[in-house]
Design a protein around this ligand. Sequence first.
Ligand SMILES: Cc1ncc(COP(=O)(O)O)c(C=O)c1O
Length: 466
Amino acid sequence: MDGHFSENDVSGIVEADRSHIWHHLSQHKPYESTDPRVIIEGRGLYVWDQHGKKHLDAVSGGVWTVNVGYGRESIANVVRDQLVKLNYFAGVAGSIPGALFGQKIIEKMPGMSRVYYCNTGSEANEKAFKMVRQIAHAKYGGNKWKILYRDRDYHGTTLGALSAGGQDERNAQYGPFAPGFVRVPHCLEYRKHEQDGAPDVYYGEWAADQIEQVILNEGPDTVGALCLEPLTAGGGVIPPPEGYWDRVQDICQKYEILLHIDEVVCGVGRTGVWFGYQNYGVQPDMVTMAKGVASGYAAIACLVTTEDVFEKFKDNPDDKLNYFRDISTFGGCTSGPAAALENMRIIEDENLLQNTTDMGRRLMDNLYALKEKHSVIGDVRGAGLFCGAELVVDRTTREPVDETMAQAVVADCMEQGVIIGVTNRSLPGKNNTLCFSPALTVTPDEVDRITDVVDGALYRLFSASC
Ligand SMILES: Cc1ncc(COP(=O)(O)O)c(C=O)c1O
């Protein structure tokens, strides 16, 4: 029991949870004989569970969310003050925090112009898809309605977003999906041996050219948008290969295809710059963001567009349908932008982008050192505090370890008091990448502790192959 948090009275909580709560992405059978975990409190990078056990959270709330760490009273205070002043009004009207955060986020996104508020990453992506469809109807006589998405990328849980889902295990049994979503190949160089025709050199350009091939097969005048994660997150922590984004941008321009970048994971600092795409000098038409926007202190997501996209929804006011006829009830909650403003102030005042770059380098160096020691690590990938280690049975064949082994690493680390992640029910046979995404405030000692604990877990579980 950790002294600091032992005063919490959690009697009855575990039973109430076990009896009534349906946890996300969870098989509940084990909870008939073991207790579900309940997280009681958080401070900095640490959370305490129902037993008072302290965990170092190396995945920012499990899903890349709590970027500025737990227990930020200043965010709680601005949210409280805002709720007392005005908690809500529907998005047909503006609000003080909505206007101010919109201005602030646009300052960080040269070339972008307009912010549409909603609540979840899935919802923001749905809005973008709807815009593409409306533009197709209004400007292209119903053509350019198809939306391309990439193998291994994920854009959310709703049926529209799953229709753009590149993770077959996430999608399984939820079809049929919406028509007009077309898959393009992934760009994971480590697994290029599984892709027909992939070259030894210039893989990035080749991977982008595969997108062009899909466009040509579909017919360029049928394709309205390409939706990509800047770096693939849950599909295996995949920074794009060199040359990829430049070529993607050229292809989009060549065929008048809108580039929609899904920054739900990478947005607002995760890779050491404000947005993941800014690592690659690319200029999107639409950007969606959610998780780190307010670090989970309030539910907020944004769809940000260029003025050019915005203009298409107001250039014919005599047409009764010529505006974005979308609504998000809780997009009008003022807690979201209020929390997001304070979240951004913290990132700036505490110089957290620099810390992300510095600590990300340290984390990557530590992971490379682990790769030297443990042959089960086949590949180490990342940018900033967005890092992954892919586990393989054999470095030559690159055969993935069974997912139960990857999960055993996570369980061993949990036992040692460090929460890490693993690709989860994403790709058949390839849920084998460990994920590391601590808060942007992480210190050198905490980075070292994370990788020391992983080191121990790998020794215990794979010592025969070390
Ligand atoms: C890249 C990406 N886009 C979209 C989403 C969906 O976000 P939400 O769960 O807020 O709907 C996720 C969620 O993990 C994501 O990783």
